[in-house]
Design a protein around this ligand. Structure first.
Ligand SMILES: Nc1ncnc2c1ncn2[C@@H]1O[C@H](COP(=O)(O)OP(=O)(O)OP(=O)(O)O)[C@@H](O)[C@H]1O
Length: 327
């Protein structure tokens, strides 16, 4: 699939005005986004997500490196590049509160150069798609937060750009509306071949709708892989072992030494060892340690891991293990 966004060797530092301290927000970041893809851009607070998104939509200029949108360099062909991008960066704050839903859509579509005739057709389509038709003549300040958020995304859609950047699109939404927004985004990508970059702290959303994820930490990319691969990779490595007794101190110290990512819980007659391995073959080393004191093994199960747990593991620095396993 063709890359519609290319981020190559991008660096960005901020200078604090008073102390003159320099903060290297983005170190040396490169990644592509393919046409028709939903990409999740993730990272803990302060990782550099907003800086990256702002550079992609031309609000900030990189100190080094280049960003190309549909073949147009953001530095030398800025206007051409920007024509392909719309963004919802601050939730519903970009809406006109004293205009109706339909007036907001008309205003923003006109602003982005969509003709009146095309806009009329497009707006009706969006009102239906976003389930806002029954609210088309309602003032925005009378809508629920979920509806305002849906309208903000519909407005970004009305510009008919190839790429849509969404910062926390489901933040503060109830569960039902969050699912509705996810399914709308998936259908938009399929039906109109749009490309979406989502920045979110909600790992459920990422697991649900993103094909691929770029995880940034301290201004560097630590993972650029498909969500499916990451889930498979971590599932293979996570085990829950139920023992019909308890581990000796000697066994526990061997396990702690060789496998730092584990938890051990004692129950009345049993104990449970939950362990993450760098390679699935390491399970045999564990079994050897368990055999030492003839601790009876009742069950060995693969643990189901969700994307939230995977994200935390990657951020805590298990990425080197993940790469070793995937390569
Ligand atoms: N205008 C600014 N001036 C100085 N430093 C800044 C500025 N904007 C961001 N930073 C710093 O740059 C780094 C990256 O910030 P950025 O906002 O891109 O991270 P983020 O991943 O979006 O975080 P969050 O999830 O908290 O929004 C952080 O250390 C932040 O403090």
């Amino acid at each position: 699939m063709e890359a519609i966004i290319k981020v190559e060797g991008v660096k960005k530092a901020y200078k604090k005005r008073k102390s003159k301290e320099v903060i290297q927000a983005i170190n040396d970041v490169s990644f592509d986004v393919k046409r028709g893809e939903i990409l999740g851009l993730l990272g803990p607070n302060g990782a550099g997500k907003t800086t990256t998104i702002k550079m992609i939509c031309g609000l900030l200029t990189p100190d080094e490196g280049s960003i190309t949108i549909n073949g147009n360099d953001m530095k030398t062909q800025r206007l051409k590049a920007l024509k392909h991008i719309s963004a919802v960066l601050e939730g519903n704050r970009n809406l006109y509160w004293r205009l109706t839903v339909k007036e907001n859509l008309e205003y923003f579509a006109g602003n982005r150069g969509v003709s009146r005739k095309d806009a009329a057709f497009l707006i009706q389509d969006l009102l239906h798609k976003f389930n806002l038709k029954h609210k088309e003549n309602e003032l925005v300040n009378r809508l629920s937060r979920g509806m305002q958020q849906k309208l903000a995304i519909a407005i970004a859609m009305s510009a008919e750009t190839d790429v849509i950047l969404l910062d926390e699109p489901t933040l503060g939404l109830d569960v039902e509306t969050s699912y509705e927004v996810r399914s709308i985004l998936q259908s938009i990508v399929k039906e109109y071949n749009r490309t979406i970059i989502i920045s979110s702290h909600d790992m459920d959303v990422i697991q649900d709708i993103c094909e691929r994820t770029v995880i940034i930490n301290n201004g560097n990319i630590v993972i650029n892989d498909s969500v499916k691969n990451l889930l498979k990779l971590f599932e293979v490595r996570s085990y829950s072992i139920t023992l019909g007794g308890f581990l000796s101190n000697h066994q526990l110290s061997l396990i702690s030494h060789k496998f730092p990512h584990h938890t051990y819980k004692k129950e009345t007659f049993q104990s449970i060892l939950e362990i993450d391995l760098a390679k699935s073959e390491e399970i045999y080393q564990i079994i050897d340690i368990l055999k030492m004191d003839e601790t009876p093994v009742e069950a060995i199960d693969r643990r189901n891991v969700n994307f939230e747990q995977i994200f935390m593991k990657i951020i805590k620095g298990e990425k080197s293990n993940a790469f070793a396993q995937s390569s």
